[in-house]
Design a protein around this ligand. Sequence first.
Ligand code: DQA
Length: 158
Amino acid sequence: MKKILVIHGPNLNLLGKREPGIYGFKSIEEINKALIRIAKKNKVLLEIKQSDHEGNIVQLIGGSKGKFSAIIINPAAYTHTSIAIRDAILGVNIPTVEVHLSNIYAREEFRHKSLIAPVAKGQICGFGKNSYILALLAVIELLKNQTHALETTKYHKD
Ligand code: DQA
């Protein structure tokens, strides 16, 4: 079964209580439950981590090579500052989808720049909890297409 690594960055453990006008009332546990439900239905496995520490996130990404087929990450505030997380994603070369609950482009100017977006497969932002769900559905489609492409290649070789 394909495995997907989901990483929640700093302060996302506080979801539901943290600035609910911006981030909504759903807790991280509720978001994770919804993701696990969709993963089960689609026969993929999720490993879900939350960390407030940049170095931990770098290590999680660095250790994902060979274990995970894709990464979904909400780098939270590190989105706008972390060359280290960007380099880790480049280093492992695993398709990565960047997620934000809020629309970062409709907020303060310092949030308009993502250092992660240029190295991500894509970015989904502005849909609250559904940003994660849309990211997971996008990743599932991506992995299906990869498998299909592999099978087609095999078929042509035979
Ligand atoms: C966030 C947006 C970031 O700018 C912010 O620092 C966060 C959360 C979001 O999900 O909307 O912590 O990543």
